[in-house]
Design a binder for this molecule. Structure first.
Ligand SMILES: Nc1nc2c(c(=O)[nH]1)N[C@H]1C(S)=C(S)[C@@H](COP(=O)(O)O)O[C@H]1N2
Ligand SMILES: [Mo]
Length: 517
């Protein structure tokens, strides 16, 4: 029988593919082992999370903006997914290299783990223990790669030559065993993490200053309009995190330090024993595009920020900034004068009648009506440092976002949906409008570029809360354009000048196209 190139070439390719697969498999085993060790020690030190978080922090603002626009709340998944793809490509390369020059391939695997280790210890509030998961990844990954090649190469003349002949069965068993080990370690790691999370159902105090009962919202009559109060499960979530922090409410504390008369520290119990207020407040993210989803309204229970700051004494302070730090070292700045101008700024411990959910900042967060979340709403807060913008900069300030960022007057069409079909006749156009800390005076609707006509407003809750609205439109068949705009109680009209979210929030009018049949 004759062998020619057409039969040997695929054989070579098959061998390379096999070696590449060993690299990928060995890397996944190393990562799973490291993830398990991290779950047992410092979850954030897991190589996947350490590298992922660093990528998120280092992603240039325009790219992050683009990712949020393209992928919405999955932006982080996409950014981190891209990193995973790159890592696995390098892992495949390591696998191929190892077949020819064992040390070269192993060096790539150890280098990958080394990068993860360095990034893990560079995280804010990291300790030497944070290096351990990466070490585990290096040792387990390299050992797995070495073993796979040994099994594959047994008896051949390659650098991995050992005793006995090459056995396909051996390779399948070794690979299968390692894959099963990776899945098992990953699964146990997840289970350990969720077990360590514990519960969030802590007892909340009855508010000393409760909010009146909410009126009935327009959503009861006109379907498609956002409910007057956003259920916690539907409330938008924006933060830089890949995993949720594990906070034990009994050992959690909130410290006020910096330019104060005396540093004070509060336990969760201390907060529940102070005077509490309950307020209906609409939160908005600066990354919200015109017509976007990052706005939500809830009933917040908390301790007035001023009462807390008064305990520390800030009368003669030089500070112009509250620099909030969360339990993992993330920082958020808030202009001190705005926080203390009499608005209902608070450290919130409750949302819609329950304790904060883990996603929304359990056990405590800041809420300041009228400021975008990135300069006010620090979740998982653990420290407030009175300082100046000259002295210390917060996460987004370092990334050139605005320092004092009041929420812009805006409105949104919830129904009908863009590009949807409606039946000719009366079509209810409806949505929400917000002008936190000023209040909505009027909402207007424009059909096909004609004159602005007033919409009917839903019930007033507070000036810090959004206002629902609707407009009964006599729709004729064809394609139509619908736009809305809000007017606040100062008489300001929502700007029609298009601005991107960076650096101080989007502006412009939402205009949608709908089809009437
Ligand atoms: N610790 C921490 N707090 C944070 C953030 C964050 O990334 N980390 N993101 C802020 C931003 S940009 C916004 S808009 C609000 C969103 O709060 P929510 O996720 O509860 O809606 O939280 C703010 N608080
Ligand atoms: Mo935000």
């Amino acid at each position: 029988m004759q062998t020619d190139v057409t039969t040997t070439a695929p054989e070579g390719r098959w061998q390379r593919a096999r070696h590449a697969a060993y690299g990928v498999l060995a890397t996944l085993v190393g990562l799973a082992a490291a993830h398990l060790v991290a779950a047992l020690t410092v979850p954030a030190a897991s190589p996947v999370l350490a590298v992922g978080s660093t990528v998120i922090d280092l992603t240039p603002t325009p790219l992050k903006e683009w990712a949020i626009r393209q992928f919405g709340s999955s932006d982080k998944l996409v950014l981190v997914g891209s990193v995973v793809v790159v890592v696995l490509l390098l892992a495949a390369l390591a696998g191929v290299l190892t077949a020819r020059r064992p040390t070269a391939g192993l060096v790539v695997v150890v280098a990958l783990a080394g990068v993860a280790g360095v990034l893990a210890v560079l995280r804010p509030q990291a300790g030497p223990l944070d290096l351990v998961p990466a070490l585990v990844a290096a040792v387990v990954g390299a050992a797995s790669l070495w073993w796979l090649h040994r099994v594959d190469d047994r008896g051949s003349a390659g650098p991995w030559a050992g005793s006995g002949g090459p056995t396909r069965r051996g390779v399948v068993l070794a690979s299968g065993g390692l894959a099963a080990a990776a899945v098992a370690m990953g699964g146990v790691g997840r289970w350990v993490s969720s077990y360590r999370l514990g519960g969030t159902d802590v007892a909340l105090p009855t508010p000393n200053d409760p909010a009146p009962a909410l009126p009935k919202g327009l959503e009861a009559t006109y379907s498609g309009i956002s409910p007057l109060q956003t259920p916690v499960a539907d409330f938008y979530r924006v933060d830089t995190r890949l995993t949720l922090p594990t906070v034990d409410v009994d050992s959690w504390t909130l410290t006020i330090d910096g330019d104060v008369e005396q540093e004070v520290t509060f336990t969760f119990d201390d907060l529940t024993q102070m005077r509490t207020i309950e307020r209906d407040i609409t939160l908005t993210c600066v990354s919200n595009e015109v017509g976007g989803p990052y706005v939500g309204s809830a009933r917040w229970l908390g301790v007035p920020l001023k009462d807390l700051l008064d305990r520390a004494g800030i009368d003669a302070t030089r500070a112009d900034q509250i620099l909030s730090t969360d339990v993992d070292g993330m920082t958020i700045s808030t202009p001190l004068d705005v926080a203390l101008d009499g608005r209902d700024a608070m450290i919130a411990i409750g949302m819609n009648g329950t304790s904060l959910s883990r996603t929304h900042g359990f056990p405590a967060r800041m809420v300041v009506p009228g400021l975008y979340g990135f300069v006010s709403a620090c979740k998982w807060i653990s420290r407030m440092t009175l300082t100046t913008y000259d002295e210390q900069q917060a996460y987004w300030t370092e990334r050139k976002w605005a320092v004092d960022a009041p929420i812009k007057l805006s409105s949104r069409i919830d129904t009908p949906k863009p590009l949807s079909d409606s039946k000719a006749g009366t079509v209810v156009v409806g949505g929400i409008a917000w002008a936190q800390h000023v209040g909505i005076e009027r909402v207007e609707v424009r059909v096909d570029g004609e004159a602005w006509r007033p919409a009917t407003l839903g019930p007033q809750v507070t000036d810090d809360y959004w206002r629902q609205w609707y407009f009964e439109w006599d729709a004729s068949p064809g394609q139509h354009f619908l736009a809305c705009r809000a007017v606040n109680k100062d008489g300001d009209v929502q700007s029609d000048v298009r601005m991107t979210p960076f650096p101080e929030g989007s502006s412009g009018l939402q205009e949608i196209s709908v089809n009437v049949t």
